[in-house]
Design a protein around this ligand. Structure first.
Ligand code: PMP
Length: 449
C-alpha cells in the first residue's frame, strides 16, 4: 500500500468533514499508517508533527502506551452496554473523577458521544429545567459573536461563525447574539482585562432586557477556538457568572475545546474562579482516542427532573453509544495521567517555551497579533499591519501555510488567516522549535506579495 493507492480509493467512496472535495483535485489527502507521540507517519515514509492535536483532541500523544494498555484490558471485559438501566465501572469511576476535578457544585454527569451532542444536551436540559420549574416563557439562548459550539442544528444555532452558519440559517432557532469580549479589538495600550470588562456592558444589557425569556448564556471560556483562536480575559467570566445569578439565567461553559489543560489550568473556568450551571466536555476527555462527551451539572438542576414517572418531567434524551465503556476507560486513564504526571504544572515550562519561540512573529510586517493562552498560541496574518485590514479570504493564505508546512513535516491547519499551535502535551522543546520554524517559513511564503 502507498499514499497514492489509498488516496484514490478514498476519493472514490468518501466524503470528508469540513472539506470542499474538489480541492482534492489539487491537494492530496494524506493517508496515515501509524501514529507515535507527536508524529503521524504516512505510507510513503513521510512524518508529520501533529501541531493541532488532530483537531484538538490528542493530549498525550498518538499510541500512548498507558491508554493503549488500559483499552486492551477493557476490551477483554466489556466493550459496550446499553446505558439505560445498566451501568459499568469505567462510567462510574470516570463520573466520580470528573466531579472531583471540575469546579465546585458540578455533581452530576450526563454522557453523550461528541461535542455537538453535549451542547444539545445542555441546551435541552436548561430549557427543560425552566419548564419543570413552571417558567414556560424561557425559550431563548444568549450567545457571543464569533462563538462556535458544533455543527448539529441546535449547536449551530447558538454558534456565530458565518462560514458554518449562514447556509443553514433558515433551519436554525433564533438566538440573542452579543458583542464578544475578544481582545483582538482592544485599543492600543488597553489591557485584556480592561477591554473584556468594558465589553460586558453588551451582555448586561441583553440580560436586563431579555432575562424573562432566556434559559441560558452559552460561552467558550477564554478562547473562541473555531472563531480564529480569539482570546479574552477571565474577568468577563466572573462578571458573567454574577449577572447570570442576578437575572436567573443559566451559564453553560462549553469547555469542549479549552478543557483538559489547554488554557493552562485543567478547566478554563478555574481562572475566573467560577462554576457554571452546565459544563460541556469532549475532545481531550478521552485523550484523543474515542468519541465521548459529558455534560456536568448541579444537583439543583438534576432535582428538578426527579419525580414520579407519571409527572413526565424526566430528561428523555439518549444516544446509542452513551457511556461507551471503552471511551470511559480511555477518559479515566487520561485523568490518571494528569494526576500521576502533574501535567498542568509540567505544561507551564512548555507554555513559556512556546511564548519565547513565537515572539519573533510580533515584528513580522504581515502579523497583526501574536496571542497565547496556556498551551494555545495563535498568529494573525493581515494585509495591513497598521489598520489590521485582513487578507481577502479568497486568497486562502492560510492554505499556503498548510501546504508548505506539510511539505516540511508539520501538520498545521490555519483557521482562515490565523496560524495556530495546539500541540499534544508530550511535545518537547526541540519539536516546538521545529514546529515554529516551519510555521515561520510558511508565513514568509504565504505573505510574499
Ligand atoms: N464546542 C466547541 C467549543 C468546539 O470547539 C467544538 C469542536 N471543534 C464543538 C463544540 C463540537 O464538537 P464535535 O466536533 O465533537 O461535535
Amino acid at each position: 500500500m502507498n499514499n497514492q493507492d489509498l488516496f484514490l480509493r478514498d476519493l472514490s467512496v468518501l466524503w470528508h468533514p469540513c472539506t470542499q472535495m474538489k480541492d482534492h483535485e489539487t491537494y492530496p489527502i494524506i493517508p496515515i499508517k501509524q501514529g507515535q507521540g507527536v508524529w503521524l507517519d504516512d505510507y510513503d515514509g513521510n512524518r508529520y508533527l501533529d501541531a493541532i492535536s488532530s483537531w484538538w483532541v490528542n493530549l498525550f500523544g498518538h499510541a500512548n502506551p498507558k491508554i493503549n494498555a488500559a483499552l486492551k484490558d477493557q476490551l477483554d471485559s466489556l466493550e459496550h452496554v446499553i446505558f439505560a438501566g445498566f451501568t459499568h465501572a469505567p462510567a462510574v469511576e470516570l463520573a466520580e473523577t470528573l466531579v472531583s476535578v471540575t469546579p465546585e457544585g458540578l455533581g452530576r454527569v450526563f454522557y453523550a458521544d461528541n461535542g455537538s451532542s453535549a451542547v444539545e444536551v445542555a441546551l435541552k436540559m436548561s430549557f427543560h429545567y425552566w419548564l419543570n420549574e413552571g417558567r414556560q416563557r424561557k425559550t431563548k439562548f444568549i450567545t457571543l459573536e464569533n462563538s462556535y459550539h458544533g455543527e448539529t442544528l441546535g449547536a449551530l444555532a447558538v454558534g456565530n461563525v458565518p462560514l458554518y452558519k449562514e447556509t443553514y440559517a433558515p433551519l436554525l432557532m433564533d438566538v440573542i447574539t452579543v458583542s464578544s469580549p475578544d481582545c483582538y479589538y482592544r485599543e492600543a495600550g488597553e489591557s485584556w482585562a480592561d477591554y473584556s470588562s468594558r465589553q460586558f456592558v453588551h451582555m448586561e444589557n441583553a440580560l436586563k432586557e431579555h432575562a424573562d425569556s432566556v434559559c441560558a448564556v452559552i460561552v467558550e471560556p477564554l478562547v473562541q477556538c473555531a472563531g480564529n483562536m480569539r482570546m479574552y480575559d477571565p474577568v468577563y467570566l466572573k462578571l458573567l457568572r454574577a449577572a447570570c445569578d442576578k437575572y436567573q439565567v443559566h451559564l453553560i461553559a462549553d469547555e469542549i475545546a479549552v478543557g483538559f489543560g489547554r488554557t493552562g489550568t485543567l478547566f478554563a473556568c478555574e481562572q475566573a474562579d467560577i462554576s457554571p450551571d452546565f459544563m460541556c466536555l469532549s475532545k481531550g476527555l478521552t485523550g484523543g482516542y474515542l468519541p465521548l462527551s459529558a455534560v456536568l451539572t448541579t444537583e439543583t438542576i438534576y432535582r428538578a427532573f426527579y419525580d414520579d414517572y407519571r409527572k413526565l418531567t424526566a430528561f428523555l434524551h439518549s444516544h446509542s453509544y452513551t457511556g461507551n465503556a471503552l471511551a470511559c476507560r480511555a477518559g479515566l486513564t487520561t485523568l490518571e495521567i494528569f494526576r500521576q504526571h502533574n501535567v498542568i504544572e509540567q505544561n507551564k515550562k512548555l507554555t513559556t517555551f512556546i511564548a519565547q519561540s513565537i515572539e519573533r512573529f510580533t515584528g513580522h510586517p504581515h502579523v497583526s497579533d501574536v496571542r497565547q493562552t496556556g498551551m494555545i498560541a495563535a498568529i494573525e496574518l493581515v494585509k495591513n499591519k497598521q489598520t489590521k485590514e485582513p487578507y481577502p479570504w479568497q486568497e486562502r493564505r492560510g492554505l499556503k501555510v498548510y501546504q508548505y508546512a506539510l511539505s516540511k513535516g508539520v501538520l498545521l491547519r490555519p483557521l482562515g488567516n490565523v496560524v495556530y499551535f495546539m500541540p499534544p502535551y508530550v511535545i518537547n522543546e526541540e519539536q516546538i522549535e521545529f514546529m515554529v520554524e516551519v510555521a515561520w517559513q510558511g508565513v514568509q511564503i504565504a505573505t510574499k506579495n
